[in-house]
Design a protein around this ligand. Structure first.
Ligand code: NAD
Ligand code: UGA
Length: 443
C-alpha cells in the first residue's frame, strides 16, 4: 500500500519504518528540512533503539521516502497519517495548530479520494474538526472529492517504540465507515495478527480511549508515589508494599514504580488535556486533577530531600551536586517535561551548582536547558562526581544500576546519594558507608 506519514518524530518515523518493513511504500513528510536532510542521509535524528537499522534498510530498498512537500508526499497515497506534535498550550489545553495546518493543506492539495488518519493524540472531537477543515478548503476550491477521517491513536512508548509498534497489545481504529476500517485492517494485518487485537469502534470512543489509557497509567504512577510518600512517614518500605499489592493480579506490578514523577511529552500534557476536555463539557475531573497535582509535587520531592539534608549545614548554596540522568526515563534522549529539569531549577535557584550527565540526552539538554545558570552538562559519568557534595540519580538508565560504589566514594567530597528511582538497596548502601536517601523507603 502507498502510505503518507506527516510528521516524522517518535511516532511518525517509527510507524513509517515499521509499515515499510512490512512491504508498504511510505512517503514521509516533515516541515523541518533539517530532519528530512538527516533522514535522507540514512541517519536518524532521534534516539530510539532499533530504529536506525529499520530506517536505513527500508530507505536503501526504496520503501521509505522523505520530503518536505505534503503535496508531493500524498500525491499517490490513499492513506495519510497525521503524526505531528500536539503540545500543551500555556493553560494546559491541547494545541491543535500543527494538526489544523496539515488538515488545511490536505484540503488545499488533494486530488483524489483519501483516508486521513489522526494518529497524533488529539482531544475528542478532533476528527470532526479535521473533517470540517478539509471540507472548508475543498469548498473554497469548488471541489467535491470523497475522503474519510479515522482515529487511530498510538500506544507505543519511547525507548521501546519499535517493539511496541511491531507487537502491539491492541490497535484501535475509530471509524463508522466499513471501507476505511477494511483498509486499516489490511495495513495493520501483519502487526495485529490475532483478530481480537484490532479493535474497531466509534471515532469519539477511539479518541477517548487514548486519553483514558494514558490517564490510567498516570494514575497508577501518582498513586504509588503518594503511597511512597506515606510509607516514608509511617516507617514502611514502598518496595515491599509494591510487591505486596502487585501480586494481586487485579492490580499488577507494572507502572507502580515510585520515583520522581512522570515526565515526557505525553502523560503530563494528556492528563491536563483530558481535564480540560471534561471542563469544556461541564464536568470536573476531580480524580484526574489530583493525579496531575500529585505529579507536580512529586517532581520536587528529591530536591526537597537534598535541601533538607544540607539545611543544618548551611544550605545548598555554593555546593555542587552530581546528577545522573536528564532524560525523562531510560532509553530515550527526550527531555520534555523531564523531572530532572525541575530538580535542577529548584537547586540552582538556591545557588547550588549542578553537574549533570546523561548517556544520550546531553546534546538535547544543552539545546533545551543549557542556559540554566549554575548547570553544567558533562559528557562523562565519572567526571561529574569529582569533588561534588552529593550524587543524585534521576533517570533509571541501566548503566546507573550497578556502579562502582568505591569509586563514587572516592570521587565525592562525602558519600551521600539521593536516589530518585530506588535503584539501590538501602541496607547495602548503609553497609558501604553512604548516607542514602530514596523514595518511599527508610534512610
Ligand atoms: P515529535 O515532536 O517527535 O514529532 C513531530 C514532528 O512533526 C516534528 O518532526 C515536526 O517537525 C513535524 N511537523 C510539525 N508540523 C508539521 C507539518 N505541518 N507538516 C509536516 N510535519 C510537521 O512528536 P511525537 O513525539 O512523535 O508525537 C506526535 C504525536 O503522537 C503527539 O500527538 C503525541 O502525543 C502522540 N504520541 C506520542 C508518543 C511518544 O512516545 N512520543 C506515543 C504515542 C502518541
Ligand atoms: C507513555 C505510554 O506508556 C505509552 O503507552 C503512550 O503511547 C505514550 O505515553 C504516549 O502517549 O506518548 P512514554 O511517555 O514514552 O509512554 O513513557 P512511559 O514508559 O510510559 O513513562 C512515562 C513516565 O512515567 C516516565 O517519566 C517514567 O519514568 C514514569 N514512570 C513509568 C514511573 O515513574 N513509574 C512507572 O512505574 C512507570
Amino acid at each position: 500500500m502507498n502510505v503518507c506519514i506527516v510528521g516524522t518524530g517518535y511516532v511518525g518515523l517509527v510507524s513509517a519504518a515499521c509499515f515499510a518493513e512490512m512491504g508498504n511504500n511510505i512517503f514521509c513528510v516533515d516541515v523541518n528540512p533539517k530532519v528530512v536532510e538527516t533522514l535522507e542521509a540514512g541517519k536518524v535524528h532521534i534516539y530510539e533503539p532499533g530504529l536506525e537499522d529499520l530506517v536505513k534498510r527500508n530507505t536503501a530498498q526504496g520503501r521509505l521516502n522523505f520530503t518536505t512537500s505534503l503535496e508531493e508526499g500524498m500525491a499517490d497515497c490513499q492513506v495519510i497519517f497525521i503524526t505531528v506534535g500536539t503540545p500543551s498550550l500555556p493553560d494546559g489545553r491541547c494545541d491543535l495548530k500543527y494538526v489544523d495546518a496539515v488538515a488545511r493543506e490536505i484540503g488545499q492539495k488533494m486530488t483524489g479520494p483519501k483516508i486521513v488518519v489522526d494518529k497524533s493524540t488529539v482531544p475528542v472531537g478532533t476528527a470532526d474538526r479535521v473533517r470540517g477543515i478539509i471540507n472548508e478548503e475543498l469548498e473554497k476550491r469548488g471541489e467535491s472529492i470523497p475522503f474519510d477521517v479515522v482515529s487511530n491513536p498510538e500506544f507505543l512508548k519511547e525507548g521501546d517504540a519499535v517493539n511496541d509498534f511491531m507487537k502491539p497489545d491492541r490497535v484501535v481504529v475509530g471509524t463508522e465507515n466499513a471501507e476505511s476500517a477494511a483498509v486499516l485492517q489490511q495495513l495493520y494485518g501483519p502487526f495485529a495478527r490475532s483478530r481480537e487485537k484490532l479493535i474497531v469502534m466509534g471515532v469519539r470512543s477511539a479518541e477517548m480511549t487514548k486519553y483514558a489509557a494514558n490517564c490510567m497509567l498516570a494514575t497508577k504512577i501518582s498513586f504509588i508515589n503518594e503511597v511512597a510518600n506515606i510509607c516514608e512517614r509511617v516507617g514502611a518500605n514502598v518496595t515491599e508494599v509494591r510487591a505486596g499489592i502487585g501480586s494481586d493480579s487485579r492490580i499488577g506490578y507494572s507502572f507502580i514504580y515510585p520515583g520522581v514523577g512522570y515526565g515526557g511529552s505525553c502523560f503530563p500534557k494528556d492528563v491536563k488535556a483530558l481535564i480540560d476536555t471534561a471542563k469544556d463539557y461541564g464536568y470536573e475531573a476531580r480524580l484526574i486533577q489530583s493525579v496531575d497535582s500529585v505529579n507536580n509535587a512529586q517532581k520536587h520531592v528529591l530536591a526537597d530531600k537534598i535541601k533538607e539534608y544540607f539545611e543544618p549545614q548551611g544550605g545548598v548554596k555554593g555546593r555542587t551536586l552530581a546528577l545522573w540522568g536528564i532524560a525523562f526515563k531510560a532509553n530515550t534522549d527526550d527531555i520534555r517535561e523531564a523531572s530532572a529539569t525541575e530538580i535542577i531549577k529548584d537547586l540552582t535557584a538556591l545557588g547550588m551548582k549542578v553537574r549533570a550527565y546523561d548517556p544520550v540526552a546531553n546534546e538535547r539538554a544543552r539545546e533545551e536547558i543549557g542556559d540554566i545558570e549554575g548547570l553544567e552538562i558533562i559528557d562523562d559519568q565519572n567526571a561529574v562526581l569529582e569533588d561534588a557534595d552529593a550524587l543524585a540519580v534521576v533517570t533509571d538508565w541501566n548503566q546507573f544500576r550497578d556502579p562502582d560504589f568505591d569509586n563514587i566514594k572516592r570521587q565525592l567530597k562525602a558519600p551521600i546519594v539521593f536516589d530518585g528511582r530506588n535503584l539501590y538497596q538501602p541496607e547495602r548502601m548503609g553497609e558501604a558507608g553512604f548516607a542514602y536517601f530514596s523514595i518511599g523507603r527508610q534512610p
